[in-house]
Write a protein that binds this ligand. Structure first.
Ligand SMILES: NC(=O)c1ccc[n+]([C@@H]2O[C@H](COP(=O)([O-])OP(=O)(O)OC[C@H]3O[C@@H](n4cnc5c(N)ncnc54)[C@H](OP(=O)(O)O)[C@@H]3O)[C@@H](O)[C@H]2O)c1
Length: 251
């Protein structure tokens, strides 16, 4: 039986690259979750299908009530994708927003939204799909390298992702009871829309390039390759782990 996967935030950026990588690895059915950008999700579906997989689109905003949205995504996956077979092999909790704020800028509405998208939604989506994970199942959380260092410009974001790191470790034993693993990747600065407001400004770009020992920012495909390993059968003895994918930033 071919494996299936559900990837949140797969309409663009790292999530799209992960969906395409999983399709190339032979995953036969991929749930492409998106927030509001259906046209971008349709483009991901086209790429996934040209790599040989079937695609199912699932739209849900995670920012208002992440737990409710998680339940909707799980229900949509079971109904639309699997038609009676409610098993899931791979969950990738990737959707995220950065809501960059320093201490003096913090406001409750932004902080809550960042926490809903980056922490509450993945926590409850994992809860919703856990009973359906098949033997050899994989949960991969997309965290951030900011959790390894002080992040005074991204207070809520880094706190939410630090929460995901601990969740990853804490869920290893409960998910092992189902024969599944749970791991996280910590990307550094990656060329995606999440950084669109600053990434092409010469000064900030040069600073970001200099963070990695390779002297450049990373690509979505470089993160997707690490996720591909953690989603594969070959990672079966790795669980509760956070994998740095920053190209050696801030070592
Ligand atoms: N890029 C980096 O430098 C970097 C570094 C470290 C970690 N990360 C993490 O990598 C993950 C992917 O980021 P990215 O750089 O690929 O970002 P991106 O290009 O901005 O894509 C974000 C994805 O998340 C979805 N999303 C955003 N807000 C949502 C909401 N309220 N409800 C539902 N879906 C929502 C978007 O859907 P729509 O298209 O529908 O809006 C899109 O699919 C995030 O968790 C991010 O924190 C990124």
């Amino acid at each position: 039986m071919t494996r299936n996967a559900l990837v949140t935030g797969a309409s663009r950026g790292i999530g799209r690259a992960i969906a395409v990588r999983l399709a190339a690895d032979g995953v036969g059915l991929i749930g492409i979750h998106y927030g509001s950008n259906r046209a971008a999700a349709e483009e991901t579906a086209r790429l996934v299908e040209s790599a040989g997989a079937r695609a199912v689109l699932i739209g849900a905003d995670l920012g208002e009530d992440g737990a409710k949205a998680a339940a909707e995504i799980a229900a949509a996956w079971t109904e639309a994708a699997l038609a009676g077979d409610d098993g899931l092999d791979i969950l990738v909790n990737n959707a995220g927003i950065n809501g960059n704020q320093e201490l003096h800028e913090l406001d409750p509405a932004t902080a809550r939204r960042v926490l809903e998208v980056n922490l509450i939604a993945p926590m409850f989506l994992t809860q919703a799909v856990a009973p359906h994970l098949r033997e050899g199942g994989r949960v991969v959380n997309v965290s951030t390298g900011y959790t390894r260092v002080a992040a005074p410009t991204h207070l809520t974001y880094a706190a939410a992702k630090a929460g995901i790191n601990n969740l990853t470790r804490s869920l290893a034993a409960p998910l092992a009871a189902r024969g599944a693993t749970v791991n996280a990747v910590l990307p550094g600065v990656i060329e995606t829309d999440i950084n669109a407001d600053w990434i092409n400004l010469p000064g900030p770009r040069a600073q970001a390039d200099a963070l990695s020992v390779f002297g450049r920012i990373g690509t979505p495909e470089e993160v997707a390759d690490a996720v591909g390993f953690l989603a594969s059968p070959q990672s079966r003895w790795v669980t509760g782990e956070t994998l740095d994918v920053t190209g050696g930033s801030a070592l």
